[in-house]
Design a protein around this ligand. Sequence first.
Ligand SMILES: Nc1ncnc2c1ncn2[C@@H]1O[C@H](COP(=O)(O)OP(=O)(O)OP(=O)(O)O)[C@@H](O)[C@H]1O
Length: 594
Amino acid sequence: MESSVLEIIKARIHEKHQGDEKQLDVIFSPEKRILVEAPAGYGKTHTMVSRIAYLIASNEIPSPKRLLALTFSVNAAYKIKKDVSKNIPVLLDGIGKEIKIKDKTYVSNYHGFCRKILKKYGQKLHPSLLNLDTLQSIDDSDTSNLMQFFKSLSLEDAELLSEFNISVKDIKGKKLSEKIERYNEIVISELLPKGAIPFNAIITLTIKLFKDFPNILSFYQNYYTTLLIDEFQDTNILSYWLLHYLIIDKTNVIFLGDSLQRIYGFIGAIPNLLKHAKDKFKLKVIALDKNYRFESNSNMLQLDKIIRQNALTPFANPDSLKSEVEFAIYDEQSTEALEVVKKTLVTLQNDQESNLAILVKQRGPNVDLIIETFKHNKIPFFYGLFTDEDANYINFNRKCLYEFIELIKDRKRITKKLGKAHTKKIREIFSDDNTALIQAMFELLDVFWLRLFIDYSFLTDEDRINLVKDTFEHNGLKQFMEFLDSKIVISTVHAAKGLEWDYVILPDMEQDLFPNWFGLCGKCKNSLDCNILVNKDNENKFLEELSVFYVAVTRARKKVSFSASELQLTKYNPKKKNISCFMKLPGMELSPEM
Ligand SMILES: Nc1ncnc2c1ncn2[C@@H]1O[C@H](COP(=O)(O)OP(=O)(O)OP(=O)(O)O)[C@@H](O)[C@H]1O
């Protein structure tokens, strides 16, 4: 490429990134191995998009097709793809070059990528993998379920499947490596012939393919010269193994992530992964240093720093950080619920274009009362109280996947008509279920189909089919909350990851709720006064809960407010509880206003 053209492209990127030196270092870096570490809102994804666009626009890689970009969540992957396709024409505008990204650069999540490989070569393991799109994705965690659906499966094999599933979540590397071969054998001999494939097998079979057919592995290792991975902290052990196969000496690698946003430990996100990967792949660390989300909001910026500082030095404030924090304490839950409703209305009244989320750690009688109070006052809101572990939520996504596969069996294209048929079928299946969760799922499903034809019209039919499958298979409907019209969302923090609102309220900041009993309080020896002493025994638990707190707080663009009650509702009687230890992080200057 002519140097003058390259300079124009660089200047355009420079301008887009407002001269942010660290981001530009990453984008233009000649290094082959980079780890970008940065907190929420520091521009990791923004930087990744420009790096991809730069590599393609400047011909730094042999072809856009040879760049592989992966992320954890489906929605994030397709957003990156969309941003890259928007960015390249801007970079190349008026300089006589045209690159259509539509079906070139491959951006996906780990499963989507493996599915692509299995569709091409999986028949070498079993003929049914040729029609991977029509195989039903099954849950292999429950032994009795497996025995019921697969009559010829022995109890021993069913147990192995379910133990394998649990070991992925518990990150038991040794157990997994001992069992992966047998796991694959059972999937191939028992499940695939009956048209079924477990979620984890999409990755384990790809690994098997790489092991059994070195020429296929070598093709992919050489084909993808550049590998970029966003949301790296959420990678699980199977995906991490997959990366070990793909990365060879000459591969250019960039991982981007933030250890403090690892909140999927309970489904297998590996702890200390960034450090491990840094040593393993000899990565050069570049830390981004400017927070764009809270650029003009010094109070939120300070609060962000305070939480992060406490991850390094719990309950110490060496840099004397200060942030004013609204924290109201009420005598009991019904008063708190009413005040949360009032606060919501006043906030939206004062800032009419804004939206607001009420985020909680988990479902329970306390948030139920808040919901009842909203309903009682006839204030509409979206019900987002589900997590990735929630059986009903998972079941809804699964049914969506099943029905989609049935509908797409004889077709190669997704049309609006197909979307309507799918929604109709799902509504029929759940017609007797009036629970708030299922009603909310219907809303999300409508939004999902609507956005598919608006936001993803640039995708090929194959990519769109993959997007639908990836979304349902990954329990990803929750990500479509961001497109709802609703100005008020009541959600779990886990369902809200990756999304943002102008205002966030965190109610129930009490002992046993946030952090919760299972997460930390049950283990804390100082629960009498909730002045936790962080030590070797509870450090990991503390960090896991603090991560969820951090993700919750950083969902707010403008402001976050907190509340608590002295009397907490429990299954039995209301109980007197302390306020959360998280409201005692040094540097937070609490003001009783709400
Ligand atoms: N150099 C920059 N100039 C202007 N805006 C920027 C810059 N870098 C990032 N932003 C903006 O800041 C916001 C946050 O960026 P981005 O989503 O990439 O951050 P992130 O580090 O990936 O956050 P998270 O960890 O929460 O995913 C986006 O709206 C992005 O457009």
